[in-house]
Design a protein around this ligand. Sequence first.
Ligand SMILES: [Mg+2]
Length: 96
Amino acid sequence: MKNETLYQRALRVWGKEPQMLQVIEEMSELTKEILKNVNRKKDNVAEIIEETADVEIMLSQLKCCYQIADEVENYKIEKLKKIEKRLDEWEETHDK
Ligand SMILES: [Mg+2]
C-alpha cells in the first residue's frame, strides 16, 4: 500500500460503491447551497466553498475509481475549446 494515493486508500477501505454514493451526496449538498444562494439570496459563500471542496475531492475519487482521469482531462481540453469558440461567436454578434 506504499504508493497508494489517498483516493485509492479511501476506495479500498470504504469501498467503491459507498464512495460513489458519497459523490452523489456531496453533489446534492452543493446543489442545495447554490439554490439557497440564488433562490433565497442567502449569504452562504462559506458553505459553497466547503461543498465545492467536497465535490472536487469526490470527483477526484470518482476519476480514480473508474481510472478515467486522463480521458476526462482530454475531454475538458476539447470542451473548453468549443466553449471558447461559442463565446467568440456570441460576442461577435452581440457586442456591438
Ligand atoms: Mg459536504
